[in-house]
Design a protein around this ligand. Structure first.
Ligand code: SF4
Length: 273
């Protein structure tokens, strides 16, 4: 999926193993994810799981630890990040993120919790793509009715179009079949839309995704083949917000790659691994 979103990002992160995008918002999302995963695990065992107060406490603890990691990560890559990126990160208010997390948990407990009886939680799967290539992944959550749930937090209200064509759902569908031996009843993307005054739940349910197994396998093979042949490029037009100094932790590398060309760039950074 990283390659599909930005082949150049894939080159830096996965081919060359360079990590350069520490973000408070990512740590926040992970902390919420971990809190809910723990809640589902408990709920599967005792039918109840964490109470809202316990979930909030758990979230604050996990987020606090994640922020410690964040500080270490920023220090490690500080010289490589742009001034604009660092300044944008500095402006992200931790108190506000905690507040948003609390509201997100409140709305989850109020609107969604009673409808979910967890079955598989963070369950690993794998399936062969072609000789020598295996797809591996994890399904966040399924319920006892055989529905796959992908629970996400977001700031923007999502739309149905994005969901139906999301290849990730197709991958989960194949993974579910590998684990259980049968197809899921449905797939549900459950979004906690975080907002200061109006956090809400938005759900999209599809019986099967638009993308089928053949297309998924073909796409994985194409991406792997492209990565093997060093086909990496910037997918975004010159003025894209994605390639901006504020947003992308790889901005300096992006400029260097543009200047030196792929061959010399690869020579320099492959040696460092
Ligand atoms: S600068 Fe643009 S092309 Fe390069 S990694 Fe970032 S988003 Fe991708």
């Amino acid at each position: 999926m990283t390659y599909v979103r930005c082949p150049e990002h894939y080159l830096f992160r996965y081919k060359l193993g360079i990590k350069r995008n520490p973000r408070k918002a990512l740590k926040h999302g992970l902390a919420l994810h971990e809190t809910l995963a723990y809640h589902f695990d408990q709920k599967k065992k005792d039918g109840k799981g964490l109470k809202i107060g316990e979930a909030k406490e758990f979230f604050v603890d996990v987020f606090g630890n994640a922020l410690e990691d964040y500080r270490v990560e920023v220090e490690a890559v500080r010289p490589y990040l742009t001034r604009e990126y660092l300044s944008k990160e500095r402006k992200v208010d931790v108190g506000e993120l905690i507040d948003l997390g609390m509201r997100g948990l409140e709305v989850y407990y109020k609107k969604l919790n009673r409808f979910i009886s967890p079955d598989l939680i963070e369950e690993a799967f794998n399936f062969p793509v072609t000789t020598g290539i295996e797809a591996v992944g994890k399904i966040d959550l399924t319920d006892k009715k055989g529905v796959i749930h992908e629970l996400k937090t977001t700031r923007r209200s999502p739309n149905m179009q994005d969901i139906r064509s999301d290849p990730q759902l197709a991958i989960y569908q194949i993974g579910y079949k590998e684990i259980t031996g049968h197809a899921p009843k449905a797939l549900s993307k459950d979004y906690i839309v975080l907002s200061k005054n109006d956090s809400k739940i938005v759900r999209f349910r599809v019986v099967r995704p638009f993308v089928d197994k053949r297309t998924v396998l073909k796409n994985i093979m194409t991406v792997m083949e492209a990565a093997k042949r060093n086909i990496f490029y910037c997918l975004h037009p010159a003025e894209s917000w994605m390639c901006s100094k504020e947003w992308c932790g790889y901005y300096k590398l992006h400029q260097e790659l543009k200047k030196t060309g792929l061959q010399d760039f690869m020579k320099k950074y492959s040696k460092r691994r």
